[in-house]
Design a protein around this ligand. Structure first.
Ligand code: DOR
Length: 453
């Protein structure tokens, strides 16, 4: 049994907060009340079962009662902390199989737990690419050993080559959470349309990396003065915008659930807003912490640690992404956690791989750069990191209430910490050394403490 005392419970599903204690048993929230006695899982507490807590089995209840006399619950002091549903990230790279020198499922999950995440979706750009049911199953199996929910995305096209569709039905049957060729765009619109129709039938979302190579001279830096300063051509915003416009129309026509991944251009945000105003539903977008926190200028101060696809863009783009988060156009915050080795990131800018790690700074960047400046209420930030991704993926709605699964994060919104010394295998973050708000104090998954500061 676990008792979390004195925290503020933030429940984004109901839009409410309140101060209370939370008693957890058998992987679920058993009771929420003020001043639960820390001395016990007392028989009185256990018999006062609230409606909704009925999912704790009679056997488990009996066992808890037995333990009540002999074993005290583990107590976490949540003073000064917020207790929220465990965070869900729709977009992480754990590099397994094929690139485990960068990260593996165990170390990736460790980074996730440290960042407050209890559910993550791994991308398919591994080696081999996750385009076959046995590969989906193997990774889901590995994920089970981590103590959190590790889900797997499957590739839309075989080998992510963009030429022929994977067997989407078989991938769905194997447990794929969604379909994506993340890392690469799908330039063949007829093939993509077919994929969207098939995914719609299967009831799974399609997540797209929107960068048309026709408008990219070099990846990882915005086309313009910063790219020029590096002696590179850069990646234009048009490369993203042209595919966003195309794919909103394709998805609407196919009746599919579409996710625009790691949105980077202000005009892309406006296109999505307009599409929604035309009544096009089921279009979603991810904003990464780096795209709402940094601009292209970071390539000068942080070099390859500010190299990512799509690239960081202008202050006007960053502000439009924040507006999109605030007005609901952008419904998801996702890290695109993209670990690379130090040796790879030490290459010259033009030759280094794109991407940065993000799981261990995501919540902090959201609180520091969105909540504290007043762009987004905390509950709304949490909604984009819990309830909205759960809905997208068809997972049960995360809730802080009796009977709900005890997947939780405890964090201190008013405390600061210095980002660094990561649980990830990698350390490619431009935020290292920055003082941020909201350190994670504990992550609880299935009622177990899987991370404690
Ligand atoms: O910067 C990126 N890195 N963007 C992506 O879409 C892929 C990722 C990676 O796999 O490293």
């Amino acid at each position: 049994m676990l008792l979390i005392k004195n925290s503020i419970l933030a429940d984004p599903a109901s839009g409410t907060t309140r101060r209370a204690d939370v008693l957890i048993a058998e992987g679920r929230i058993l009771k929420i009340a003020e001043n639960l006695p820390s001395g016990t899982a007392s028989p009185e507490v256990l018999t006062e079962m609230p409606a909704g807590a009925g999912s704790v089995s009679p056997a488990g209840l009996a066992e808890s009662r037995e333990n009540a006399g002999s074993r005290e619950p583990v107590v976490l002091d949540g003073s000064g902390c917020v207790l929220a549903p465990g965070l869900i990230d729709t977009h992480v790279h754990f590099r397994d199989p094929g690139y485990t020198e960068k990260e593996d499922i165990e170390t990736g999950a460790r980074a996730a737990k440290r960042g407050g995440f209890t559910t993550v979706v791994m991308m398919a750009n591994t080696n081999p690419v996750i385009d076959a049911p046995e590969l989906v199953r193997a990774n889901l199996e590995k994920g089970k050993a981590t103590g959190i929910h590790v889900l797997q995305a499957a590739a839309v096209t075989r080998g992510m080559r963009g030429k022929e569709l994977s067997d989407l039905e078989a991938l769905a049957a194997a447990g794929a959470a969604c379909f994506t060729d993340d890392g690469l765009p799908i330039t063949d619109e007829k093939l993509l349309f077919e994929a969207l129709r098939e995914a719609a039938k299967l009831g799974l979302p399609v997540s797209l990396h929107e960068e048309d190579p026709a408008f990219i001279a070099s990846q990882g830096v915005n086309a313009g003065p910063m790219a020029e300063a590096l002696g590179l051509g850069g990646a234009s915003a048009l490369a993203e915008e042209v595919l966003v416009a195309r794919d909103v129309l394709l998805a609407a026509n196919a009746g599919a659930s579409l996710v625009i991944q790691h949105i980077s251009s202000g005009l892309s945000v406006k296109l999505l807003r307009a599409a929604k105003s035309f009544g096009i539903e089921n279009i979603h977008a991810e904003a990464t912490p780096h795209h709402f926190s940094l601009t292209e200028a970071a390539v000068l101060s942080h070099g390859t640690f500010a190299r990512m696809n799509p690239p960081l863009r202008t202050e006007a783009d960053r502000l439009e992404i924040i507006r999109g988060l605030a007005d609901g156009t952008i419904d998801l915050i996702a890290t695109d956690h993209a670990p690379h080795t130090t040796a790879e990131k030490n290459r010259p800018f033009g030759k280094a791989p794109s991407g940065i790690i993000g799981l261990e700074t995501s919540l902090a960047l959201g609180v520091t750069n969105l909540v504290r400046p007043g762009h987004l209420p905390l509950l709304e930030l949490l909604r984009k990191m819990t309830v909205n991704p759960a809905r997208l993926l068809g997972l049960p709605e995360p809730r802080i209430e009796a009977g709900a699964p005890a997947d939780l994060v405890l964090f201190a919104p008013d405390e600061t910490f210095v980002a660094g010394s990561y649980a990830s295998k990698a350390e490619n973050s431009p935020f290292t050394g920055e003082t941020l708000f909201a350190p994670v104090k504990a992550t609880i998954c299935g009622g177990k403490i899987v991370y404690k500061a």
